[in-house]
Design a protein around this ligand. Structure first.
Ligand SMILES: [Zn+2]
Length: 100
């Protein structure tokens, strides 16, 4: 394949699907391919295994998360409502706790 400096991963679509859709796809897929921090062993070895399934390659911990990111805003919220800890606290969550 040729060089795809601008379109990156969306280069496989060629000129199809529209520029803005392809730009959004790049952002989502890049996030999905990153290594994330494991909730149990805290090493940055969690990778997407399948849609919504995340697996740590160091300790083998497999868990359900967002489709393209290990945690979603909605997931963090629902865990808070259920009284479960989400492992890693986001800054937003801390702010909410301080306010109450
Ligand atoms: Zn781990």
């Amino acid at each position: 394949m040729g060089r795809t400096k601008k379109v990156g991963r969306a280069g496989r679509f060629g000129a199809r699907c529209g520029a803005s859709s392809r730009k959004r796809l790049i952002a989502v897929e890049q996030k999905a391919k990153l290594h994330y921090e494991c909730p149990t062993c805290l090493s940055r070895t969690v990778r997407k295994q399948s849609v919504g399934i995340w697996r740590c390659h160091r300790c083998g911990y497999t868990y359900a998360g967002g489709a393209f990111t290990p945690t979603t805003k909605l997931g963090v919220n629902s865990r808070r409502v259920k009284g479960l800890s989400s492992g890693v606290k986001s800054s937003e969550e801390k702010e909410v706790e301080e306010a109450t």
